[in-house]
Each structure stands twice: as structure tokens, then as C-alpha cells.
Design a protein around this ligand. Structure first.
Ligand code: FAD
Length: 391
């Protein structure tokens, strides 16, 4: 019911959407963020059609598109032979969604946009540099401990990322596994679309090493590219981040020697994990606090935003069944996000030549058949799961 006191922990993209949605539904919202500033390092940017629908409901869509790049298509490539295998076009989803495209807007821009809106609302408070250290529940509410003191709320939404203090305080297991290799993101100004003829989102399979290439707008809106690679399992962080190894990796995606300068490097561990529960009493988990996955396909953050929106509605309906949130969201994450991202990774890294060619043939056949093309996009964009919930 509107008018509840809600504390949202974590001002990442999911926490700010949860806080903004709850505030717009009339709750009294406090958003607590551990850091003084929003993390601006390169992370997620791919925003799928159903997520754009939510951003439209929240009144953010125009700013969001203005600060990003619209990507209507994505492509699969055979990296060693520089062969385009198949292209998928979101225009095929026209009629299914008002946004038949993906928008590439860096996630810190969404967090900053959400915080600016919250600061203008009388029923919302944003507290930066306010780390939550633990919480306790009783029959009347939740007491949240922060480094600055304690706060009371009717409900808490834990959006505090993969290492969530909220999840750990509740003793909820984070089931799954961590991949042995890490992912390296090289940010560069090299113009891959001009050089290779690719689009703004490209998945390039390779038996030894694969690469995903994305264009983002950058804070200056001048455009830059992110090239994502797997590391070797036995490669040390020092080696992966060394100038020589980075330049060699750029060389392997056809960047001429004189143009192998880069702006930023990001090396991170990749996990597939889902919290055993998304709710414990008055406390809920959303986003990376509830699940983490490899970023291939751009699904993790999108599903987190869908959860934030879903939960804000559940908390705003008089007499709503609060367990419905977990009953809906947990299986959906396993079926659509975990399964798909694992399959996407396997497809990119396949080593067996015959199996690789079979995957490529399947992709070509899917792209060439209008019904299969659309069905593939419905699933890849998460629209299928979202529509299934509504039916
Ligand atoms: C290094 C890295 C690289 C990534 N790269 C990609 C990518 O290339 N593509 C892709 O699709 N996805 C990527 N991801 C995943 C994507 O960034 C996440 O899915 C997304 O950030 C989830 O948003 P969130 O709001 O749930 O969590 P987060 O963005 O992690 O936000 C959590 C927030 O909570 C705050 N917080 C943490 N603990 C506390 C506390 N105790 N009290 C208060 N605040 C707290 C944090 O400071 C942070 O602001 C990457 C993730 C990481 C970690």
C-alpha cells in the first residue's frame, strides 16, 4: 500500500529504479549508497525493449535514449575468418513493443538520472556514503544498521550488488558457480563499424579466444567501443592487463598496429549464481544481489530492472501476495537469464569445428526464417518471459 516506509540499499541502476518506482507509487523512500560517488567504470549498457518500456513508465526514456546509442541490429561473426554469420533485426518486433531496438546507455547514467529525479521528490531521500552493515526484522518492521546509525522501515529492498550485505545478513545462500577464466574489457576509440563493417553489437565466436564488440556513447557522446574478451584460464591478472597483451588482443580483432591505443581496461570474475530466496519476511532482493551471470547477451541488469519494477508494484497493491514476487522472478531468472547466458557463452567458445559450423548454420537458418527470427528475438530480448508473466 502506498505510504509505506521503504529503504532501498544500493544506488546502482537497479536500486535507483526500485527507489524511483516506489517513490512514484507514493511510498516514503530512503536510498542508501555505501560510496560517495556512483561507480562510473565500464559495466552494462545494453538495454532491451521491455526494459525501455519500464524506463518510459518512469519518465526516463527520452533522457535515456539521448544519452546512449540506438542499436537496431546485432550480428554473429566467425572471428578467425572474419566472416559475418547472421544478423538479427529488432525491427521484427514492431507491433510487440513500442521500442523495437536496443539502447546502449552506460549503467552509471541510469543511476545518476534516477538519483537526480529522487532528489527532486518530497517523499524520497538519497544518502550517499551511507554503508549498510546489517539488519534485523521484528513483527513491526526492519531495523537497518548503517555506519552512520540505525534506521527503521516497513520494508527493505536489497539492491547492493553481487556481494550483497543484505543477502548475507539474511543468511541466504548464493547457489551456482564461478567460471575459471575472467573477462577483459578494452575501451578504445578505434571505429570497428568503419573498419570491419560490423554494427553496434557484435558477438564474434572463436575457439581459442572470442570477442564481443559494442559501441557506447561515452560521457562526451563522442562514441567509443568496448571489446570484451575471455582470458586464458592460466593467465595472471598482470599478464592480461599488460600493455603488450592488450595490444596483441586488439591486433587479433584486426586493429592495425598504429591504432592499438586504448582508454580503459576492466578485468573481472564471472559467475552464474542465483539466491536461494528472493524474499525473507519484510526484506527483498533485486538485481545482482539476487543473481549474477555472464554478460553475454546483455540480460543480467535488464532482469534486475524488471524485478525492481515488479516489486515496486507488488508493494503498492493493497493485500498483495508478497511471495508472488519470488515465485515469479526466481524461475524466470533461471530459465531466461542463467540458461541463455550459459548457452550464449558456450556458442562463442565452441572448439569443435563441426559443432561450430552446426551452430553457425542454425543461426543462419534462424535469421533467414521470419518466424524463427522473431521467436529468437522475443527470447533474447526477455520479451517472451515478460509477456508470459502478463498472460
Ligand atoms: C566489474 C563488472 C563488470 C561488468 N560488466 C558488464 C558488462 O560488460 N555487461 C553487462 O551486461 N553486465 C556487466 N556487469 C554486470 C552489471 O554491471 C550488473 O548486472 C549491474 O551492475 C547490476 O546492477 P545492481 O544495481 O543490481 O548492482 P550494482 O551495480 O553492483 O550496484 C550495487 C550498489 O550497491 C552499493 N552497495 C554495495 N554494498 C552496499 C552496502 N552495504 N550499503 C549500501 N550500498 C551498498 C554499491 O556501491 C553499488 O552502488 C558487470 C559487473 C561487474 C561487477
Amino acid at each position: 500500500m502506498p505510504g509505506r516506509r521503504i529503504i532501498v540499499v544500493g544506488a546502482g541502476p537497479v536500486g535507483t529504479v526500485a527507489a524511483l518506482a516506489c517513490a512514484r507509487f507514493g511510498h516514503d523512500v530512503t536510498l542508501l549508497e555505501a560510496e560517495e560517488r556512483i561507480d562510473e567504470s565500464p559495466r552494462a549498457s545494453t538495454t532491451q525493449p521491455p526494459t525501455l518500456e519500464i524506463l518510459a513508465e518512469l519518465g526516463l526514456i527520452d533522457d535515456y535514449i539521448a544519452q546512449g546509442l540506438v542499436a537496431r541490429t546485432f550480428q554473429f561473426w566467425d572471428r578467425p575468418r572474419l566472416r559475418l554469420i547472421a544478423e538479427f533485426d529488432f525491427e521484427r518486433l514492431r507491433g510487440e513493443t513500442a521500442y523495437p531496438f536496443v539502447v546502449q546507455t552506460e549503467q552509471h547514467k541510469l543511476a545518476l538520472m534516477g538519483i537526480a529525479r529522487l532528489r527532486a521528490m518530497a517523499n524520497a531521500t538519497v544518502r550517499m556514503a551511507n554503508r549498510v552493515t546489517g539488519l534485523e526484522q521484528d513483527t513491526d518492521g526492519v531495523t537497518v544498521q548503517t555506519e552512520q546509525g540505525t534506521l527503521r522501515a516497513d520494508h527493505v529492498i536489497g539492491c547492493d550488488g553481487g556481494r550483497s550485505t543484505v543477502r548475507k545478513s539474511l543468511g541466504i545462500e548464493f547457489e551456482g558457480f564461478t567460471w575459471p577464466e575472467r573477462f577483459l574489457v578494452i575501451t578504445t576509440k578505434f571505429d570497428f563499424a568503419r573498419a570491419l563493417g560490423c554494427c553496434y553489437r557484435n558477438y564474434m565466436a572463436g575457439p581459442e579466444e572470442w570477442t564481443n564488440l559494442f559501441k557506447v556513447a561515452g560521457d562526451d557522446l563522442q562514441g567509443r567501443w568496448r571489446a570484451v574478451y575471455n582470458t586464458r584460464e592460466d593467465e595472471s591478472d598482470e599478464e592480461a592487463l599488460s600493455d603488450a597483451a592488450v595490444r596483441a588482443r586488439l591486433g587479433r580483432i584486426y586493429v592495425p598496429e598504429a591504432e592499438r591505443d586504448y582508454l580503459h581496461l576492466n578485468l573481472y570474475n564471472v559467475h552464474q549464481r542465483v539466491a536461494k530466496r528472493f524474499r525473507s519476511g519484510r526484506v527483498f532482493l533485486c538485481g545482482d544481489a539476487a543473481h549474477v551471470n555472464n554478460p553475454i547477451g546483455g540480460l543480467g541488469l535488464n532482469s534486475g530492472i524488471h524485478e525492481a519494477w515488479d516489486l515496486a508494484q507488488v508493494l503498492s497493491q493493497p493485500g498483495a501476495d508478497l511471495d508472488a514476487y519470488e515465485r515469479r522472478r526466481r524461475p524466470l531468472n533461471i530459465e531466461y537469464v542463467q540458461e541463455q547466458t550459459i548457452a550464449n557463452k558456450r556458442r562463442l567458445e565452441e572448439r569443435d569445428t563441426a559443432t561450430r559450423e552446426r551452430h553457425f548454420d542454425e543461426l543462419r537458418r534462424t535469421a533467414d526464417d521470419p518466424a524463427k527470427h522473431k521467436a529468437f528475438l522475443m527470447r533474447a530480448s526477455l520479451l517472451e518471459g515478460v509477456r508470459r508473466l502478463r498472460s
